[in-house]
Design a protein around this ligand. Structure first.
Ligand code: PMP
Length: 366
């Protein structure tokens, strides 16, 4: 079967894996069978070869530059997506005091906590479960344990469409943050974090890896039974090459980072994402049939969750939108309604057209 031409592409609002920048896909396609005169695809290269090591080093350097990662921190690429980090974080960090604090603001932070409970004593420092995770708690509502080895939170809640607008001040414990669905969408002061991790399949690359940014001072205290591929120390010391890394995904991340630089880096992305999100939130605020699911102060710029007042109408909207070329708008089953994931690679035009489609849908239903 022949692939569709680029002109036939739809607007893909998938929460992840999600849309990649078209120029990146085109460059990958152009280099697919023969990477820059090497006579090989990147998929076919030894991860120890000079040609691949150059790709790897360049990608790492690019990420370090883009996120202004200080020398105190190291980037590693790990298998197992963000979910494996739910286990890796406690296995590596909880040993210091045997305790950790978790902020529960959605499904993924709950899953992360569930994993951590296997390795130590875990306290719920704060939770937004009382209102089905429609808000983000304030700093003063968080109870920090004086002896926690770390405090874990998820900066953007992909399913519920909420995001932390501030970096929690723990008063000492290192911050461990799941940034899967907001990484690279804005500047982040990496020096404030002990560990940042992200499954790459939203803002970074196709699926197949987690990027983990670790304060080197925290590595080396892992539980003795930690598999070596999950040890931050081992992964730092072997420069993510303890075994075959997710080579092609890392190459794709390199292309995405080059594209990102052309958009003005994370500063550029921060401006664009706010404009894109505002287009949709304005529709919701002016609408008589659509309502946003998240409280206004907590609205995510990456995942816009909304609904009508009837499940049947939600279904109709999703169906008609798909017919019009806006795909993957169905909300997660735990929230219902709709969700438009508008990560970095979703063009402004896609969001403008979706906003127009929503207004049009409303007029037709009036
Ligand atoms: N954390 C967040 C915030 C996510 O959105 C996701 C995936 N949607 C995950 C963790 C799990 O990621 P993975 O599939 O890479 O394990």
């Amino acid at each position: 079967m022949e692939g569709k031409m680029a002109t036939d592409r739809i607007y893909n609002f998938s929460p992840g894996p999600s849309v990649l920048p078209l120029p990146v896909l085109e460059q990958a396609a152009a280099e697919l069978t023969n990477y820059r005169g090497s006579g090989m695809s990147v998929m076919e290269m030894s991860h120890r070869s000079k040609v691949y090591i150059d790709i790897f080093e360049e990608t790492k350097a690019s990420l370090k530059k883009t996120m202004k990662i200080p020398d105190t921190h190291e980037i590693v690429f790990m298998h197992g997506g963000a979910t494996l980090q739910f286990s890796a974080v406690p296995m590596n960090l909880i040993g210091k005091t045997g305790k950790a604090d978790y902020a529960i603001t959605g499904s993924f932070s709950s899953l992360a906590m569930k994993e951590a409970k296997k390795y130590g004593e875990v306290c719920v420092a704060v939770s937004s479960e009382d209102k089905n995770h429609t808000y983000i708690p304030a700093q003063e509502d968080i109870t920090f344990s004086p002896d926690a080895s770390y405090f874990h939170y998820c900066s953007n809640n992909t399913i519920f469409g909420t995001e932390w607008k501030y970096v929690p001040e723990t008063g000492g414990a290192p911050l461990a943050c799941d940034m899967s669905s907001s990484i690279l969408s804005m500047p982040v002061d990496v020096s404030k974090y002990g560990v940042i991790y992200a499954g790459v399949q939203k803002n970074m690359a196709p699926a197949g890896a987690a990027v983990v940014i670790i304060d080197k001072a925290l590595a080396g205290y892992e539980h003795p039974l930690t598999p070596k591929l999950m040890s931050y120390k081992v992964m730092i010391e072997s420069d993510s090459m303890q075994n075959t890394p997710p080579c092609y995904t890392i190459y794709m991340l390199g292309l995405v980072l080059k594209w990102l630089e052309k958009q003005g880096g994370v500063e550029g992305m921060a401006k664009i994402k706010t404009e894109k999100a505002k287009l949709l939130y304005d529709v919701l605020d002016e609408s008589a049939i659509f309502t946003g699911c998240a409280e206004k102060a907590a609205r995510s710029d990456m995942n816009v969750t909304f609904r009508t007042n009837s499940e049947a109408l939600d279904g109709e909207f999703v169906k008609e939108a798909a017919k019009a070329g806006f795909d993957n708008l169905k909300g997660h089953r735990s929230v219902g309604g709709m969700r438009a994931s508008i990560y970095n690679a979703m063009p402004m035009e896609g969001v403008e057209k979706l906003a127009a489609f929503m207004r049009d849908f409303e007029i037709k239903r009036a």
